[in-house]
Design a protein around this ligand. Structure first.
Ligand SMILES: Cc1cc2nc3c(=O)[nH]c(=O)nc-3n(C[C@H](O)[C@H](O)[C@H](O)COP(=O)(O)OP(=O)(O)OC[C@H]3O[C@@H](n4cnc5c(N)ncnc54)[C@H](O)[C@@H]3O)c2cc1C
Ligand SMILES: *[C@@H]1O[C@H](CO)[C@@H](O)[C@H](O)[C@H]1NC(C)=O
Ligand SMILES: *[C@@H]1O[C@H](CO)[C@@H](O)[C@H](O)[C@H]1NC(C)=O
Ligand SMILES: *[C@@H]1O[C@H](CO)[C@@H](O)[C@H](O)[C@H]1NC(C)=O
Ligand SMILES: *[C@@H]1O[C@H](CO)[C@@H](O)[C@H](O)[C@H]1NC(C)=O
Ligand SMILES: *[C@@H]1O[C@H](CO)[C@@H](O)[C@H](O)[C@H]1NC(C)=O
Ligand SMILES: *[C@@H]1O[C@H](CO)[C@@H](O)[C@H](O)[C@H]1NC(C)=O
Length: 520
């Protein structure tokens, strides 16, 4: 259906696009405009909302917002814009859940496609069998994928820490969490994608069919196509999770133990870690959800004035095999060198564990601390640089860790497919280091500025010390920086862009390529 609002908006777009208003009937835009009909709708009342994201630093208004009701709606829109050619400035951004940090899902002056809207019309299909999988729409939230597959006793294998993110959004980056050391990132756990390229073609791809497009799109920052459906690998869902936290004061022992655990044959199912800088009462905070093994000793443990390292891990189990699980866990714990009085543990359902960050979200929302600026910095640090990095950053550049968690845990390169677009350090083991800062107004008008400056200092230090980090969820201002991010793979990335989105219509908010507009 071609709704009146849609016609109006398209007319608006057309006038905005052509520098010289054309009266002729045969402009490419006009021709396709008459052919275009969609099932969903274009709206303008929600352009403000489409210009916000979790980072809360960029607010670039689109001209219109597409609420697709079918894959064909998105394909028609991309085709339309593609056919406008270089006379048009219009770009298109797929928006997942808008959890980007620096406007990556925004399209200034262009069209934002609300991918979640597709999920209302397309349903998930779970397939049993020896290699179970689910076909899910690209705009589906991971929490919904989990709830749907759990109905069949199945679940995806690799996660992010937070599940209110979309399939298309995380697969455009990588999707990293504590399972990645064993399962690989989420982009290593996808069998097939349905993609709309920048030319408007709808294509299925996998490692055996249109394999170049398949690998390009994974970790491709939305540059090559819009993911409308993904086939995600599943496994038998664990019922329960043993969830453990222990503390270290010695960074070397901490990382040695982490590396030992990720390289062991029989090990935990999830391994992460975080850095705690000079915090009071951290253990008291945990007590609501964790039990200290030794409450008296734990109550004497002081965290203030110190930098501590928390190792966090889980072991999946079935309640019937509780004893066996405990035996394995005790065996693993006995090899670790944490401060003995700081063993904290808990047992929760698999769903409760995976959806843990949502609990924090609810608390932060209540305090008005969710919709504030988030100047996050996510880095992949090569193993050989992690000690120099920690020495300088924790305690020198950062003397206070109160404005957000800092994650730090190792990953194994062999679980990453080097044909995908994601860029990682060139070492067998590298660390994810995530500075998940908040900048609430209550901590001063300049708290955002201060944090951004601190992030710059961290990046500058890495450059000076020649630690070959790569940014995860990368953000750069210049082409020079993008070139150095991609390194030897830059030419290949550019060439694929030329092939799949030659007019640079897609995901303009990543600011890698700029649509060129012909001046007439
Ligand atoms: C609280 C929180 C916790 C997080 N935890 C983790 C974590 O543990 N691990 C991790 O890896 N990441 C994590 N992230 C980062 C997350 O992966 C990114 O924010 C990512 O952008 C996904 O968010 P989204 O689905 O809202 O996508 P959006 O922000 O909407 O989009 C991200 C990019 O992908 C493009 N895009 C969106 N949908 C599609 C599609 N269907 N096809 C093609 N391109 C598309 C957009 O245009 C944009 O460029 C976290 C983010 C938040 C806010
Ligand atoms: C497009 O073409 C139709 C006829 O084919 C004409 O009636 C209409 O005015 C044109 N619209 C614009 C915006 O040029
Ligand atoms: C891609 O594959 C899926 C699942 O097999 C199917 O439903 C869809 O129609 C296919 N799309 C195209 C464009 O062939
Ligand atoms: C930290 O542990 C390492 C071995 O894991 C040891 O060599 C070093 O001396 C320890 N440092 C301190 C300050 O105890
Ligand atoms: C990384 O994984 C590969 C393959 O599973 C394994 O052979 C190797 O030992 C692992 N390396 C480390 C340091 O864990
Ligand atoms: C730790 O924080 C306290 C206040 O909570 C402060 O007085 C102290 O100077 C800090 N110590 C360091 C080493 O930064
Ligand atoms: C990618 O990995 C494979 C082995 O998995 C290796 O043979 C190949 O050389 C690698 N390619 C690049 C460009 O590193």
């Amino acid at each position: 259906m071609t709704s009146p609002t849609f016609k109006l908006l398209m007319a608006l777009l057309l006038t905005g696009i052509n520098s010289r208003k054309s009266d002729s009937d045969d402009t490419p835009g006009n021709t396709s405009f008459h052919r275009l009909s969609i099932d969903g709708q274009f709206t303008s009342h929600d352009v403000e909302q489409a210009a916000t994201d979790f980072g809360n630093q960029y607010h670039l208004l689109p001209s219109t917002v597409l609420h697709p009701a079918s894959v064909a709606d998105i394909a028609a829109t991309v085709t339309y814009v593609f056919q406008l050619g270089l006379s048009s400035r219009v770009t298109i951004a797929a928006r997942g859940h808008g959890h980007s940090l620096q406007g990556q899902a925004q399209a200034p002056g262009g069209i934002v496609v609300l991918m979640e809207s597709l999920g209302k019309w397309k349903t998930m299909q779970t397939h049993h069998g020896p290699d179970p999988y689910v076909d899910a729409p690209g705009g589906e939230l991971w929490i919904n994928v989990l709830k749907e597959t759990l109905r069949y006793g199945l679940a995806p294998k690799s996660w992010t820490d937070y599940l209110h993110l979309t399939i298309g959004g995380t697969l455009s980056n990588a999707g990293i969490s504590g399972q990645a050391f064993k399962q690989g990132p989420q982009i290593s756990n996808v069998h097939q994608l349905e993609v709309i390229t920048g030319k408007g073609e709808v294509v299925n791809c996998s490692s055996t069919q249109n394999e170049e497009l398949f690998h390009s799109v994974l970790g491709g920052l939305g540059q090559f196509g819009i993911i409308t459906q993904a086939r995600i690998a599943l496994e038998t869902a664990p019922k329960m999770v043993k969830w453990i936290r222990v503390l270290y004061t010695n960074f070397t022992s901490f990382t040695e133990d982490q590396e030992m655990l990720i390289s062991s044959e029989k090990t935990f199912d999830y391994i992460e870690g975080f850095v705690i800088i000079n915090r009071t009462g951290i253990l008291n905070n945990w007590r609501s959800s964790f039990n200290p093994k030794n409450p008296v000793q734990a109550s004497h443990f002081k965290s203030v004035g110190k930098t501590l390292f928390c190792l966090e891990m889980t072991k999946n189990f079935d309640p019937e095999n509780h004893e066996k699980m405990m035996h394995e866990v005790e065996g693993l714990l006995s090899q670790l060198r944490y401060v003995p009085s700081t063993l904290f543990q808990s047992e929760v359902s698999y769903l409760e564990f995976l959806d843990r960050v949502h609990v924090s979200e609810a608390k932060l929302r209540l305090k008005g601390l969710w919709e504030i600026p988030h100047p996050w910095l996510n880095l992949l640090v090569p193993r050989t640089g992690i000690h120099a990095f920690a020495n300088e950053i924790f305690g020198k550049i950062l003397t206070d860790g109160s404005n957000g968690p800092i994650l730090l845990y190792p990953l194994n390169k062999s679980k990453w497919d080097n044909r995908t677009s994601v860029v990682i350090p060139d070492e067998g083991v590298f660390y994810l280091v995530a500075f998940l800062w908040s900048a609430p107004l209550s901590s001063g008008q300049d708290s955002l500025e201060k944090t951004l400056t601190q992030n710059e200092r961290i990046l500058e230090f890495c450059k000076k010390a020649n630690i070959q980090i790569k940014q995860y969820l990368p953000y750069y201002r210049t082409e020079e920086d993008w070139k150095s991010h991609f390194g030897p793979r830059w030419e290949e990335f550019k060439q694929k862009k030329q092939e799949y989105d030659p007019l640079a219509i897609l995901a303009p908010g990543q600011r890698i390529f700029q649509k060129e507009v012909a001046s007439s």
